[in-house]
Design a binder for this molecule. Structure first.
Ligand SMILES: Cc1cc2nc3c(=O)[nH]c(=O)nc-3n(C[C@H](O)[C@H](O)[C@H](O)COP(=O)(O)O)c2cc1C
Length: 215
């Protein structure tokens, strides 16, 4: 991806910045535990999607990746408003919490166009008609685990609805990159908000979903 488009990320550091091995281990264990819980809940969630489809309703899955929580909170807002199901893209190796470390790592991954391994996703995105896809803007586009997701669970001709948090670059060139990775998808207009403004974003989210005819 072309880094000349990217705003150098010199944004506010998260207050919780820390990077101990203990924390990484705790995060790994949490990922495993969540994976087990998600597998246990999968039949219920698939039931929800099947029920929505049987009712003639739209079956929606809100997928997101988040490093420091902003995009996760935006995903939760979209889920509340749509009544869709949710799923998270979880890299098998969590990113460092230290700001400089994650900035460097993200830059390297983008330069090398790598596909970081992600945990298997439950519920299965293949069961849904409409996929929302949320991510933070990292160096002008989506983080590389999102590319792993798109190649692991191809969208095909289904509907893809991007949403993004950032600190000034908005959606960057992420929509262009989505179009390249998912050439057949019906790509709808994306939503963007500054990470620091997610908590007041519900009216704007509602207006966007209404405009798209999704609520
Ligand atoms: C590695 C990295 C790169 C970033 N690059 C950009 C960028 O190019 N443009 C921008 O506006 N914000 C950038 N940011 C800021 C994030 O997009 C913003 O803080 C976002 O809300 C974080 O979302 P999250 O809390 O869901 O991880 C970057 C942050 C990180 C950690």
């Amino acid at each position: 991806m072309n880094e000349t488009h990217h705003t150098p990320p010199q944004y506010a550091r998260p207050a919780h910045a820390e990077g101990s091995g203990l924390r990484a281990r705790r995060e790994f264990l949490r990922t495993v535990a969540l994976g087990v819980a998600a597998v246990a809940a999968a039949p219920l969630l698939r039931g929800h999607a099947a029920h929505a489809a049987a009712q003639g309703g739209k079956s929606m899955l809100i997928v997101h990746f988040s490093h420091s929580g902003n995009t996760r909170r935006l995903a939760a807002c979209i889920q509340r408003l749509t009544g869709g199901d949710s799923a998270e893209i979880r890299p098998l190796t969590p990113y460092p919490r230290d700001y400089d470390a994650v900035v460097d790592m993200a830059k390297q991954e983008q330069r090398r166009n790598v596909r970081p391994a992600i945990a298997p996703m439950q519920p299965n995105p293949a069961d849904y008609d409409t996929l929302f896809l949320g991510y933070p803007n990292w160096w002008g586009t989506f983080p590389m685990p999102v590319a792993t997701f798109l190649e692991s669970y191809p969208v095909g001709g289904r509907t893809l609805v991007p949403f993004c948090t950032h600190e000034g670059s908005r959606l960057g060139k992420s929509e262009q990159d989505l179009r390249r990775l998912c050439p057949q998808a019906r790509l709808l207009k994306g939503f963007e908000v500054r990470g620091s403004r997610v908590d007041g974003a519900e009216p704007a989210v509602k207006a966007w979903l209404t405009e798209l005819g999704l609520i």
